[in-house]
Design a protein around this ligand. Structure first.
Ligand code: MG
Length: 384
């Protein structure tokens, strides 16, 4: 791109949805891809390894079988290999890993002074305090890759932190917000997976249906923009066209707007603070439906659980996330009802004592404790 020096990329979670779209954007921007990481050795990652001959490859879980001789020297195995890849100097590390396994590579990228383009929400949920501390102590920077936080990032450009009154995160409301008569206790897995505006993975689709995803985003916004929880609001906006708002002390409200497309926040994280030719089309504004309403906090109790866990701080967000992951898996397997997800999460938050998170080990331990406690909460009672 003319006049803009762009940095090579490392793509963590290369075979997932964020990884795939990151590679499309890297291709559009002509960025070299120097590293690819995935959880397991799949056909897909092998294909990518051949497609990007200059890329080092890291696979978190070593395979049982043998590997092509041609690839052997380029592939490293184990979770440490993924973190080592994230330390490749002078790169942009796009972290699209799903789960708490994303935390260590996030810390590694920042420690190495790299830009961290963050799509792994567990980095902030499981290890928010240590990510912030590492960021402050390093030369690295962090740009969010999530439509809402990217929008807030744009709205805050050139603004003073002490002039922000509040941030308003928009939420599609999921498949059930528009139908208040549906009894959420009886909804099926398929009903809950039918997200109205974004086509996403199974867990995040369920998290959108419960509003837990928005609860997570509230916590992420707290860490990313160093806002008090009182300064973060949520508004239901079914078409997902306004990606979020920032309101300033003088009453001015800014928004970032456009059709839902993750390539925009991904590209921004790669080119910021510069703007270069888009990998997405120009948004058509005519005929777009813009409506906003307050979330129904009684019908969707997960939202307030997020505020509660966030205000508790320390291990609160890690427990919230771990419990939700276990509860969503149980719902997808038909073991609990849709409305039990929030109940399990609430019980887990009440069972596990508050504790600080000051190291990677403490963060991962909180995640494990939350997971075990949620499993016990599910097993201890008959939900059906
Ligand atoms: Mg989002």
């Amino acid at each position: 791109m003319a006049g803009v020096a762009l940095t090579p990329v490392i793509v963590l979670g290369a075979t997932g949805s964020i990884g795939r779209q990151t590679l499309e954007v890297a291709n559009h921007l002509d960025l070299p891809v120097l590293g690819l990481a995935a959880g397991t050795l799949s056909e897909k990652i092998i294909e990518l390894a051949y497609h990007y001959p200059d890329a080092s490859v890291a696979i978190a879980h070593p395979p049982a079988g043998t590997i092509d001789a041609a690839l052997k020297h380029r592939i490293a195995f184990g979770p440490g290999a993924v973190a080592a890849l994230a330390r490749t100097p002078h790169t942009i590390v796009v972290n699209g890993i799903v789960g708490a396994a994303g935390l260590e590579p996030s810390l590694a990228a920042l420690e190495a002074g790299n830009r961290l383009a963050l799509a792994n929400k567990e980095s902030l949920l499981t290890g928010g305090p240590i990510v912030l501390e590492t960021l402050r102590a390093s030369d690295g920077d962090l740009i969010p890759v999530d439509s809402e936080h990217s929008a807030v990032w744009h709205c805050l450009r050139g603004e003073r932190a002490d002039e922000v009154r509040r941030v308003i995160l928009t939420a599609s409301g999921g498949p059930f917000h528009a139908s208040p008569d549906v009894n959420l206790r009886d909804v099926s897995v398929d009903d809950a997976l039918a997200h109205p505006t974004w086509n996403m993975g199974r867990r995040i689709s369920i998290d959108s249906a419960t509003l837990m995803n928005k609860a997570f985003e509230v916590i992420e916004a707290h860490y990313l923009f160093e806002l008090d929880y009182d300064q973060i609001d949520v508004m239901i906006h079914p078409t997902s066209y306004v990606h979020s708002f920032v309101e300033f002390v003088d009453g001015v409200v800014k928004a970032e707007v456009g059709p839902p497309d993750m390539k925009k926040p991904i590209q921004n994280a790669m080119t910021a603070p510069r703007r270069v030719g888009a990998s997405v089309g120009s948004p058509s504004l005519a005929g777009v439906e813009l409506s906003f309403s307050e979330p129904d906090r009684e019908r969707f109790p997960a939202l307030d659980l997020g505020y509660r866990a966030g205000r508790r701080g320390g291990n609160g967000p890690a427990i919230l996330n771990a419990a939700d992951e276990v509860a969503v898996a149980a719902f997808l397997e038909g073991r609990i009802r849709f409305t039990d997800i929030a109940t399990v999460v609430e019980e887990t938050l009440e069972t596990v004592p508050a504790a600080p998170v000051t190291s990677l080990a403490e963060a991962l331990e909180s995640d494990a404790i939350g997971r075990t406690a949620a499993g016990e909460a599910i097993a201890a009672r008959t939900f059906r």
